[in-house]
Ligand binder design. Structure first.
Ligand code: PGA
Length: 260
């Protein structure tokens, strides 16, 4: 399987990570209904909405358009058992969840690479698609952050099969860019995307590493969404705060759809 642009040309993904928002079920329903209206107009995008756990069952009942999928923001490493306060992949699957974000930097504060790796395998084992977040907390002129990315990536994906590598999604989210502060350019993302693919090609073989799906996340707004897709050599975006603002999210979707 040699690299060709056509392979990477499947539908773009836009993930809405609602984090611990909104405050009420009514607001969640209203944001979702506006996303549904937008979805009907899109041909090139699959939208993955990731509500907080209490809102997953509510949104699950409102699914409909074929290009909107339900995602979760986290899960436990085990599929069931005595783990007070946690949520299992089986429970998520039962509510029609198809994707699970794992290793988000806001969770990595309390989770090791090994824990994220365990979650990754659990998500894959039940047939859900992991969206695996990686990203450095800062950049240095010497490029040490690249070593950090390499180590984090390889530890997180340790023991994953070649076939599973092609079904998972990597979300590159530099921690310093999260939360509406600053974003990277499409050109910088292109370099990072090549770097990630090179590491994975060296480890899994070029037929696999080169075809992994990569998203960018961190301060995505309507002004930068199109440029990152156009120049970043990525399959999509992971959107945080802007996914809760219907007008802004609509413009992000339009920008992504508009890129040739
Ligand atoms: P942000 O969040 O878009 O608000 O920067 C992205 C994320 O944390 O996934």
């Amino acid at each position: 399987m040699a690299y060709n642009a056509g392979m990477a040309n499947k539908k773009r993904l836009v993930v809405a990570n609602w984090k611990m928002n909104p405050g009420t079920a009514e607001e969640a329903k209203s944001i979702f209904s506006s996303i549904k209206k937008q979805a009907a107009k899109l041909k090139k995008i699959d939208i993955i909405v990731c509500p907080s756990f209490p809102h997953i069952s509510i949104i699950s009942k409102l699914l409909g358009p074929k290009n909107i999928f339900l995602g979760a923001q986290n899960c436990h490493t085990k599929t069931n058992g005595s783990y007070t306060g946690d949520v299992s992949v089986n429970q998520l699957k039962d509510l029609k969840t198809k994707y699970v974000i794992i290793g988000h930097s806001e969770k990595r504060k309390e989770e090791s690479d090994e824990t994220v790796n365990e979650k990754l395998k659990t998500v894959l084992a039940v047939g859900l698609t992991p969206i695996v977040c990686i990203g450095e907390s800062g950049r240095d002129k010497e490029g040490q952050y690249l070593n950090f990315i390499k180590e984090q990536l390889l530890k997180t994906l340790s023991g994953v099969s070649k076939k599973d590598l092609l079904s998972l999604i990597i979300a590159y989210e530099p921690v310093w860019a999260i939360g509406g502060r600053v974003t990277i350019s499409g050109t910088d993302m292109h370099e990072m995307s090549l770097f990630i693919k090179k590491i994975l090609s060296d480890s899994f073989g070029p037929d696999y590493g080169w075809h992994v799906k990569i998203l960018y996340g961190g301060s995505i707004e309507s002004q930068n969404a199109g440029e990152l897709i156009k120049n970043g050599e990525i399959q999509g975006l992971l959107v945080g705060h802007a996914s809760l603002v219907p007008e802004e999210f609509k413009e992000i979707l339009k920008a992504v759809e508009g890129v040739k």
